[in-house]
Design a protein around this ligand. Sequence first.
Ligand code: GMT
Length: 376
Amino acid sequence: MRIGIVCYPTFGGSGVVATELGKALAAKGHEIHFITYSQPFRLDRFAANIFYHEVVVSDYPLFDFQPYELVLSSRLVDVVKNEKLDLLHVHYAIPHASAAWMAQQILRSQGINIPFITTLHGTDITLVGRDASFEPVITFAINNSDAVTAVSESLKKDTLEFFKVTKDIEVIPNFICLEDYGKPKGDCQRSIFAPNGERILIHVSNYRKVKRVEDVLHVFDRVRKQIPARLILVGDGPERTNIERLCRELDTCNEIHTLGKVLNPADILCVGDLFLLPSQTESFGLSALEAMASGMPVISTNTGGLPEVNIHGYSGFMSDVGDVDDMAKNAMTILSDDASLQKFRTNALEQAKKFDIKEILPVYEALYVRLVATKN
Ligand code: GMT
């Protein structure tokens, strides 16, 4: 099948899922065309059956805001026609779903029928999409997609609650390629971060407010007062300066390694003992799954789709949003002795296996086959 994938190329879960899905489909022989404004960051190497089409928005002085969505629609029309695509799969509703719909209408007027799938990822529904400035367009684009998927039952529920959706929403959970974890390309050197055998806690995110990175620091502060520990922070984003200020206030900066954006988190996750994800909301929590695939238990909040990923008392623990005392207590339950840590590590890996791409890819393929068949 020839499939066009539209996603955000920047650091963020939806772009990671879209890119890894495309790479896996290409490895199975499908022809995959990524259509984005820059190369997706996880598309770090080109392989057979993978193509990239840039969406270039030129700067016209009349516009204070360049009309990206129109340029994307035009590019979709162009790529569908010239590459003879069978299907478009757009990740993140804003503005990809409405751009795909527009492209579909243009192509239809030229006698070309192409179905499109919209995959909802989270903030396109729970934060941004709900805003009145987007809502009518999002509702329309969801209802006029040929198929809609959500990455968790929780996100499906939120979508039905926030929007007047008449379309059926299929839940297809996020996934990891299990064999990419646990054996990083370089050496997995704990001693770089924890020279005296300290426990290593890790947080990975795009440092947006919703991630509550300050809670990561508060949990770490409580843990390091009880056992020798180090914290590794991976990622970057709007909250970075606040976090720098807070680590000075807590006097923990010397025990924190701030690594910035890392292309392949598996290379870092391999050194960790415990993953912290205290988000305000999280429709799935892909970073938690990546940590579990690396054999790390997870301390998370219990919001959104996290209970579908992290099993309380098994792969880690969950607490109410903001309850850093409970998170620290749970962290200590896991970290306080080697046997307990090893048990949680094993469980986390077992839980991650349920989300291996080998389980999820056939579900997407079946959906593609169904859609293309109905359009022909
Ligand atoms: O804020 C992020 O984590 C990025 C965002 C995105 O759309 O790129 O992530 C959302 O999609 C991920 C992949 O499906 C989910 O794992 C995240 O839970 C979700 N983020 C939120 O719901 C806050």
